[in-house]
Design a binder for this molecule. Structure first.
Ligand code: HEM
Ligand code: HEM
Length: 223
């Protein structure tokens, strides 16, 4: 069994390294976009779009990067199962905290400019995603950590935990892609450099999502 796990880790080493690199590229490209083309960030400012800029940054860092990395910890980190479980939990907690703050910021931005709330598909899928994410975290915590279900119940619930984890991650990707598209249209970007940067962020997020999914599915198959 131990040999199986370590051989699966070797097979998944390249996709895992590739996924980390894509995650790093998304982070750097998002920072480059928001600092270079959108003048950076502020929590309070009379330049309101600086407040908005925190929204994509926090959502991408939290729900895409941290959550994606949390989902591949079981393959990416060679440590005891208990340690990996705690890292998986911690990364998801950071993801939820960052994501919730990111949603708070965009509500604050809408309030300060008197823009109505929750009128787009992006905002509907986005808010549902955050709620489901919180629920998944709670269920995961109660089932696998504290108080923890009986062994047989855990084994029965594990595939559902993985399935809903992947569904929520797909929803995160869809939300990010619709958010980027909205911003592209609101800013009337066409063929300039910024348009390319925004589109590449979207493409890299899609590739990141596909590879996180691949690693999770392959690691399940080998259990
Ligand atoms: C991936 C996780 C994301 C979630 C959960 C999320 C969630 C939300 C929510 C709930 C709102 C509504 C705020 C309100 O009604 O006051 C919103 C607004 C907005 N978000 Fe996101 N967002 C995410 C990512 C992004 C990204 C990456 C962008 C890219 C720029 C973006 C762009 C926007 C824009 C332009 C609005 C204002 C228009 C609207 O309400 O749809 N979002 N977001
Ligand atoms: C929103 C939060 C969460 C999401 C999206 C999520 C998602 C996932 C995914 C996709 C996997 C499969 C990983 C793989 O096998 O490579 C997984 C496994 C696992 N998660 Fe979570 N998880 C979340 C929260 C939690 C929490 C809070 C705990 C409790 C500490 C937990 C415990 C576990 C355990 C024990 C496994 C291994 C299950 C097995 O035996 O196959 N998860 N999770």
């Amino acid at each position: 069994m131990a040999r199986d796990r370590s051989s699966s880790r070797v097979t998944l080493l390249l996709p895992t390294i590739f996924t980390h690199l894509i995650g790093l590229s998304i982070t750097l490209l998002t920072l480059y976009w928001l600092v270079n083309f959108r003048e950076g960030f502020a929590f309070t400012s009379h330049v309101k779009f600086k407040i908005f800029n925190l929204h994509p940054l926090l959502m991408i860092l939290g729900l895409i990067i941290f959550s994606g990395e949390a989902m591949i910890t079981y393959e990416a980190i060679p440590a005891t199962r208990q340690t990996v479980k705690l890292i998986h939990l911690m990364f998801h907690l950071i993801a939820l905290g960052t994501g919730t703050f990111g949603v708070y910021v965009v509500f604050k931005y809408h309030n300060e400019l008197n823009i109505p709330h929750m009128y787009t598909l992006h905002s509907w899928i986005g808010l549902s995603t955050i709620c489901l994410f919180g629920l998944q975290l709670l269920m995961g915590f109660v089932t696998f950590l504290f108080p923890g279900a009986k062994l047989a119940t855990r084994a029965r619930l594990a595939p559902w935990h993985v399935f809903f984890g992947l569904v929520i991650f797909v929803m995160v990707i869809v939300t990010a892609e619709t958010g980027l598209t909205e911003k592209f249209i609101f800013q009337k970007l066409k063929q300039g450099q910024e348009a390319l940067v925004v589109n590449f962020i979207g493409l890299l997020i899609l590739v990141f999502g596909i590879f996180v999914g691949l690693i999770v599915v392959l690691s399940q198959r080998r259990k």
